[in-house]
Design a protein around this ligand. Sequence first.
Ligand SMILES: *[C@@H]1O[C@H](CO)[C@@H](O)[C@H](O)[C@H]1NC(C)=O
Ligand SMILES: *[C@@H]1O[C@H](CO)[C@@H](O)[C@H](O)[C@H]1NC(C)=O
Ligand SMILES: *[C@@H]1O[C@H](CO)[C@@H](O)[C@H](O)[C@H]1NC(C)=O
Ligand SMILES: *[C@@H]1O[C@H](CO)[C@@H](O)[C@H](O)[C@H]1NC(C)=O
Ligand SMILES: *[C@@H]1O[C@H](CO)[C@@H](O)[C@H](O)[C@H]1NC(C)=O
Length: 951
Amino acid sequence: MRLAARLAALSALVLTAVSVGALPSSAVASSLPVASSAVASSAIASSDVASSAAVSSGVEVSSAVSAASSYAISSAAASSYAASSAVVTSYAVSSAIASSAVSSAISASAATSAPSVPLTGEVSGVSYTVSSTYTIYGDPVPTNPPSLATSPTAGEPPYNSGSGTEVGWQTLSISSYAFSSFPVVSPTPLPPVFPSYSPLYPPPVENSGSQIVPDFSDAWDVAFAKAEAFVSGLTLEQKVNITTGEYQEPILCVGNIAPVADWPGLCLQDSPLGVRDTDFNTLFPAGITVAATFNRTMMRLRGLEMGQEFRGKGVNVALGPMMNMGRVAQGGRNWEGFGTDAFLSGEAAYETVLGLQSVGVQACAKHYVDYEQEYKRTQESSNVDDRTQHEIYQKPFLRAVMAGSASVMCSYNMINDTYACENDRTLNQLLKGEIGFRGYVMSDWGAQMSTLSAVAGLDMTMAGGIHLSTPDGGSWWGPNLTAFVDNGTISMARMDDMATRIMAGYYLLGQDNNYPNVSFNASSLYDTVHDKHIDVQADHYKLVREIGGAGAVLLKNTDGALPLNKPRSIILVGSDAGNGAMGANGYSDRGGDDGILGVGWGSGTANYPYLVSPAAAIQERARLDGSSLTNWYLDWDTEGAASAVEQVDVAIVFVNSDSGEGYITVDGNWGDRDNLTLWHNADNLIQAVAAANNNTIVVAHSVGPSIIDSWAENPNVTGIIWANVAGQEAGNAITDVLYGAVNPSGRLPYTIAKALEDYGVFLILGGDNDTILSIPYTEGLFYDYRRFDQYNITPRYEFGFGLSYTTFEYYNLAVSVLPQYDPTDLALEAAWEAGVPTPQGEGSSTAFWLHRPYVQVQFEVQNTGALAGTEIPQVYVHFPTGSGEPPSLLKGFDAIYLEPGEVQTVTITIPRYELSIWDIIAQGWSKPEGSFTLSVGASSRDFRLTGPIPI
Ligand SMILES: *[C@@H]1O[C@H](CO)[C@@H](O)[C@H](O)[C@H]1NC(C)=O
Ligand SMILES: *[C@@H]1O[C@H](CO)[C@@H](O)[C@H](O)[C@H]1NC(C)=O
Ligand SMILES: *[C@@H]1O[C@H](CO)[C@@H](O)[C@H](O)[C@H]1NC(C)=O
Ligand SMILES: *[C@@H]1O[C@H](CO)[C@@H](O)[C@H](O)[C@H]1NC(C)=O
Ligand SMILES: *[C@@H]1O[C@H](CO)[C@@H](O)[C@H](O)[C@H]1NC(C)=O
């Protein structure tokens, strides 16, 4: 760990209580009835806020500071904090300390205009030095304990300002949230809207969106009772061991919690698309591909079948789903997630968690939060404003929590200069507080930065050691945690909470009841003692093939070039049509791109049992049809390709684009893609083929959007299929689509731009070994389609776009407000309708009334073509002007299968939550003033019906 980052990590944990009630909205909150004890409990229990850390010459010093002798960040300080970090991100801040100190406690005196002199800073004790114009806020100025402040000054905020050099105080808040378990806001469930469910028996899938809001609080209560009983019988060392990953032999899984007493411990294993590091498992289509299906049943079934495989191998915790938001088109791990829209991503997360957990596997929603690029992922600070945080990056996590996710993984990066795994704001206040998450937070592997992260909300450290790869470097927890609890720096109440949350996850999924033992060794397939080579594949290949077909997006189809109809002759061009020279698993963690691309690279992968290439699948079909089939795999020999494709009925060019996790570099791409150009000379190859053959079909297996404008409009390119990364059945899936066995219905889960620059949001590169990169999310809500719409940028293919081999028409839009018959929350509902922000409190953002169906959207869809097919109707809400929202936001979708001529009525409901914006002052969800409208259509730009929302 670099010193600079280390210091920043500790500095994040210093001092003070912040009371949410200090914000102006407290008046609102207390004047409204709340369904449970939620709001009252947000007051700080001062005895719980008892931690501080100091840094002195790089040596950790901790002492207990009681909240009573401490100080709250005043609202002036809070707002200066907001202003300052916006300013700070525009400086060339040379170290984490500087930016952390500056952003947390001071603001340049003219906060709105950045001073021209760059700030420099250093930490001494918990104080900092700033040379610049400054204003320091504090209420009152911290003077106790005096030894921690080198320059304490009394006064009202702002208590000191001027220019020159000032030594001041650094504060970041530790709230009280983590110290006791608390329930989600849960009024008496009123069937059929809020029925009580166990994750083991979840509600059925509803493809048009859930009409019910499952209440898992009874199941959590039962799990907590068992967990508390278990933990109450443990010694401190045993409790610590439940929280600390274990390196002692045998290390069978990527993460292991050792047995404690008669409890067998836990096996945690990657990945979001199948069981990693083993054999006789399925490699499912990646997250981005199932997102492209817009089919909730497929999302659920994929989760369920993956869950069966994890369980079958004895894995307690499956490390998925991954729900980062594809903020930067080049982001290396985007394909593991569900695209760039928070609603779609949230629905996919919700269904995946329900599916995984329905077979008794614990899900792990990751990576929390704002982890959007690979480059310097442990040395970057994502500086995200509160509204964007709530409306985009946090949203899928909220949905995962609503699905009952047992665990959440905090990410490698910092958020506002505080590491995600010791970030009180994101872990305690947002996740456990506002969202009401009752499970446990584990660190990403090596993402823990201090012992005191316990106080900021971390419950489990993975893989356990300070250093990812050298387990003998000790642990922040283990004996260190025992010592901190022993001397009261970390309270026993918090220690109990950590262990209890972890055990509750175990009981919630019924893992105390006949759970299979671990039957593989993740670090060796040749461990004859532990590798039982259990076949868990069942018939899961069928769903893999189905999702691959439904997740392929038909972008262009000139004059019915597709589906293929027994072509006399076919040529497959491009190495992506065949198998790689070294076999499907030739590269470790799929860190190479040779042959058909079925997945990106990194820890988010699995071993292939086999990989069906397009060539193999098309050949079988060609034999049936009597087609003559040949191929040309030399991507760089474009002249050869051009002559090979002459006179052939159809030339299908297979191209791809790859990316992955930053620990592997492929062809110069350090995880993130260097650019958005298709790989292997694809653009030249396509152009050369299209110049020689006027029936050129392009199939792209791409981890995300690529720039295809050099050939997309070429009239000889008669078809384009964007096939995403489809897993082990990639060849069969694309063959189904090419020949019409599957009528394409996939939709783009992101925008394909005409030029990379159009995305407007880019990787932040540069810096040296000690640099913490500032990544200001200055675009706010406006990236991907929200940006293209807002600034009238024409994309090549918009979000939600996808063609079919048939055509659909939409009729008869009717939008109404559903009758509300739940008396418990009438006052809250009325207040919301009047524009009053929702009250604050634990679980306030997941309150059932906020998520119950509210507006009903009804319309008819007809198949007006000659082939049966699936349409994906999408509902986009247009918020009132002045609300600050993008022009259109996806708020509903369905997947409808229709025979030719068939008409179906589609009903989609929208909850209040989806018609709210996050009010940063009130810290609640509110309905903005003005009139709402909505559009129903086939993409984010192809609107067929539009009408007002009568609210
Ligand atoms: C508590 O123990 C830890 C670990 O030994 C130590 O670093 C810290 O200074 C101690 N704190 C107090 C207040 O004694
Ligand atoms: C980060 O800082 C921004 C700007 O001050 C603020 O709006 C946001 O709430 C902060 N987020 C976290 C997690 O601290
Ligand atoms: C806790 O874990 C440590 C390290 O693996 C081990 O040596 C110790 O025996 C464990 N203690 C208990 C009580 O299980
Ligand atoms: C305790 O933490 C320190 C870092 O502060 C580390 O060097 C040491 O190895 C840890 N001790 C153990 C027993 O893991
Ligand atoms: C959605 O997926 C399920 C499961 O694969 C499938 O049976 C169903 O036909 C799909 N729905 C549509 C409308 O295509």
